[in-house]
Write a protein that binds this ligand. Structure first.
Ligand code: NAP
Length: 333
């Protein structure tokens, strides 16, 4: 099968399109024919071995100290079930599915545990739209609901709001009933208002922390702020929620919990089928929609990485994968 393979950490040039053997599902795994996938910031960080805040060694221990253990990246996918192992009972061959596999999706086929973050594709979505959802929407859901624990009526400032996590954070925060102020450059303001933002701030001409307004939460999905700077715009007991953090932030978050007042909450989102089903429910209720910056063929993977690493995309950079999975289109009811 065709796959985007990397054997050493480095720039996008380390990724090559090659023919490699098709993976075989283990007894508890599903084999998915991939129709669409994407490049996320996680793919870029894993490929280049770029981890924030002194976490390089931790990252390397997880991914392979000298060279990557998993040679095919790609977390998000949409496609169809090709086959599955003996222990799998909840999928049919040919069913349209989507989800987050962690790695392996930059290929015509991927295997993943059937109990993982894989579920039926939401009705009415094209594979390229469904593949744009899992990474950003799962992170936004878990950080807003479980880590921030935001409630209806509270106010939230979302930085990097037009990025891959930001576009879903705006929609989910709005669906939770919060008042949303979205920060991005002016060219993205119309999109952010369409997604439900109550207010927008241009990060290129205004410091979002400098005004008179104070927020119950400041969420930074993209990693361009610090707790110290954000405190100026938090309410007395306001909470700063960065998705990127280093060792120093772990200490700052613990200290802020002990001292009371303004605090910082950090965490890592697990990717579960239950949360993916919640995403589907929100899509079917019209509360959430995919945002696709562009769709490219898998052969253009290096261009996709360059665009993602530029940090100015709107939503997801998606690939369509030519091959057996490409035949499916909108998921039927
Ligand atoms: N902790 C966890 O469990 C977890 C889970 C998921 C993700 N993450 C992390 O969360 C991050 C997700 O980022 P993402 O994919 O959403 O990022 P992204 O798509 O690259 O973010 C792009 C956004 O950042 C804004 N931006 C670009 N440069 C900026 C600057 N200098 N100052 C302020 N804003 C700027 C852009 O605004 P304009 O283009 O409008 O200028 C755009 O809104 C990743 O680093 C990932 O590792 C963590």
């Amino acid at each position: 099968m065709k796959a985007a393979v990397y054997e050493r950490y480095g720039p996008a040039e380390v990724v090559e399109i090659r023919d490699i053997p098709r993976p075989e599902p283990a007894e508890d795994e599903v084999l998915v024919r991939v129709a669409a996938t994407s490049v996320t910031t996680a793919d870029w960080r894993l490929r280049a071995s770029v981890f924030p805040g002194g976490l390089w060694l931790v990252g390397r221990l997880m991914t392979g100290l000298f060279s990557p253990r998993k040679r095919v990246l790609g977390g998000e996918f949409a496609g169809t079930v090709a086959t599955f192992g003996k222990e799998v009972t909840d999928f049919d061959v040919g069913a349209p599915v989507f989800g987050f596999a962690g790695a392996g999706a930059h290929a015509e086929y991927l295997t993943m545990n059937a109990k993982g973050a894989i579920t039926r594709m939401p009705n009415g979505l094209e594979p390229a739209e469904a593949a744009a959802l899992p990474f950003g929407a799962l992170a936004a859901l878990v950080f807003l609901r479980d880590i921030a624990q935001a409630k209806a009526g509270q106010s939230i400032l979302i930085l990097g709001a037009s990025g891959n996590v930001g576009v879903y954070a705006v929609q989910i925060a709005k669906a939770m009933g919060t008042s949303v102020t979205a920060v991005a450059s002016q060219g993205n303001h119309a999109l952010l208002k369409e997604l439900g933002a109550d207010h927008v701030i241009d990060c290129q001409t205004h410091d979002p922390f400098s005004g008179d307004v104070h927020y119950d939460f400041i969420m930074d999905p993209a990693g361009f702020s610090t707790f110290k700077a954000a405190r100026k715009a938090l309410t007395e007991n306001g909470v700063y929620v960065p998705l990127n953090f280093g060792i120093g932030d772990v200490v700052r978050a613990l200290v802020s919990r002990w001292t009371g007042g303004q605090s910082m909450r950090i965490g890592v989102n697990g990717d579960t089928r239950e949360d993916l089903d919640r995403i589907c429910e929100m899509v079917s209720q019209g509360q959430l929609r995919p945002v696709v910056d562009r769709t490219l063929p898998l052969d253009a993977i290096r261009d996709a990485y360059a665009h993602v690493e530029g940090r100015h995309r709107r939503g997801s950079v998606v690939f369509t994968v030519e091959g057996p999975g490409a035949a499916i289109s909108k998921a039927a009811g």
